[in-house]
Design a protein around this ligand. Structure first.
Ligand code: S3P
Length: 454
């Protein structure tokens, strides 16, 4: 299958987006830790979240999806039954890392595995601290498959220093900390997304974060006090806001397509996620933000975005963490800007769904960008546009969607190989874009099977 995106007329309209991926993963899993019935609306039904739901089924947790409403009947911490076969986490690092923490807290033996792509992603960052907490866990030389044996509960508390800011690692350790004897502190160099903290706090867990300067450098500490053994976490009753990381594609789509104006409704605007908004505003973007009532402690708002001339910008340091998933689409904005954009301190991008520095640089070059790779980032010399061409998504959903957006305003069309990968996080991407006026065609085996042009 391929997808071809041709230079489009102005984009216009109002769009509601699928639920946030990070909140969907957390809500499904955390609901199992409560004793009782949880109801989660606007749940993201996608490739990666279906891996989480499938794992819950294999551990005998009852859940049901009606439309996009997920209900889960949680059995409390320790309520998983032992899965017979390895839990297949597919391409989802969030699923494997979160499950490792939750299984550790419940003392349930299991094997966690995934796709070839997932087997290339580092797991020592969770395995080593979990071992220090007393969890009986091992990997395959630091990678999946990961095996958890029976562990002695309660686990050990204490301070765990995470060398690279990662909400997946932080969340894994906090989940394990629910069954620790003493308080658990996770220390990181930058403040990674704090959805776990907000959701667990809403479920009655004592948890808070603080910033400290240690040896002259800022450090972010998250402290969790394990609930007493007779305390049950409160079930969830929540509506998940639209995913800012999906909104990011549409924001850049409107910014680069001449004459466009679109509104995105009810988008999650947690400040630990919205680094790209600040960056685009500094580049000259016209984005109007209207706050809406927050949803379960998560800020929400509507965004109105208008086509804007953009100028280059430099990104480094803590800013990187706040937009860790948005570099592929940022790079497209930078290619359409005038002037140089330099990204530094972002070597973590090499450990995502693809090596997001080399794959991004290679594919942008294919589309005519003037771009150079560095060890910890890249430089793009923006010349106000791209030429177009064919691209290989390297098995990376965000790379595929970013290059699709690039085709909306390129001199000639952009064709994406294997666009199915987009369903990992944003099912309906092509339909959503065609609904606001984009010219997109999906081709199956060289025959135009489906046209989703508006
Ligand atoms: C996620 C955290 C991020 C992000 C991923 C989702 C989460 O990973 O890249 O898409 O939901 O916690 P890291 O925290 O490991 O950077």
């Amino acid at each position: 299958m391929t997808m071809t995106i041709s230079p489009s007329k102005p984009l216009s309209g109002t769009v509601a987006l699928p639920g946030d991926k990070s909140l969907s993963h957390r809500s499904a899993l955390f609901a199992t830790l409560a004793a009782g019935h949880s109801r989660i609306e606007n749940f993201l039904i996608s490739g990666v979240t279906s891996r989480m739901l499938d794992a819950l089924t294999r551990m005998s947790i009852p859940w049901k999806l009606e439309g996009t409403t997920l209900t889960v009947d949680g059995k409390g911490i320790g309520g998983f039954s032992v899965p017979f076969a390895p839990l297949n986490c597919g391409n989802s690092a969030t699923t494997i890392r979160f499950l490792a923490g939750a299984l550790a807290a419940s003392g349930t033996p299991a094997v966690l595995d995934g796709s070839e792509g997932l087997r290339r992603r580092p797991m020592d960052r969770i395995i080593l601290p979990l071992q220090q907490m007393g969890v009986n866990i091992k990997g395959n030389n630091g990678f999946a498959p990961i095996s958890l044996g029976v562990s002695q509960l309660p686990l050990k508390g204490g301070t765990y220093i995470v060398p690279v800011s990662s909400a997946q690692v932080k969340s894994c350790l906090l989940l394990a900390g629910l069954s620790a004897r003493e308080p658990v502190t996770v220390e990181e160099p930058g403040f990674s997304r704090d959805h776990t903290e907000r959701m667990l706090a809403g479920m009655g867990v004592s948890i808070h974060s603080e910033k400290k300067v240690i040896d002259g450098s800022p450090r972010y500490l998250t402290h969790l006090i394990p609930p007493s053994t007779n305390y049950s976490l409160k079930p969830l009753n929540m509506t998940i806001p639209g995913d800012f990381s999906s909104a990011a594609f549409l924001i850049v789509a409107a910014l680069i397509t001449p004459g466009s104006e679109i509104t995105l409704k009810n988008i999650g605007l947690n400040a630990t996620r919205t680094g790209l908004l600040d960056v685009l505003l500094s580049m000259g973007a016209s984005i109007q933000i209207v706050a809406r009532p927050s949803s379960n402690g998560e800020p929400v708002g509507d965004l109105t975005v208008r086509h804007s001339p953009l100028k280059g910008i430099n990104i480094n340091g803590e800013q990187v963490v706040r937009m860790i998933d948005e570099f592929p689409i940022f790079a497209v904005a930078a290619a359409y800007a005038e002037g140089a954009s330099i990204v530094k301190d972002a070597s973590e991008l090499r450990l995502k769904e693809s090596d997001r520095i080399s794959s991004l640089v290679a594919e942008l070059k294919n589309l005519g960008a003037d771009v150079e790779e560095s060890t910890d980032g890249f430089t793009i010399h923006g010349h106000g546009g791209l030429i177009g061409g064919e691209m290989n998504p390297h098995g990376d959903h965000r790379l595929a969607m970013s290059m699709a957006i690039a085709g909306l305003a390129s001199a000639s069309p952009v064709t994406i190989q294997q666009p199915e990968i987009m369903d990992e996080s944003f099912p309906g991407f092509a339909n959503t874009l065609s609904g606001i006026g984009a010219d997109i065609k999906v081709n199956s085996e060289n025959t135009v099977k489906e046209s989703v042009q508006a």
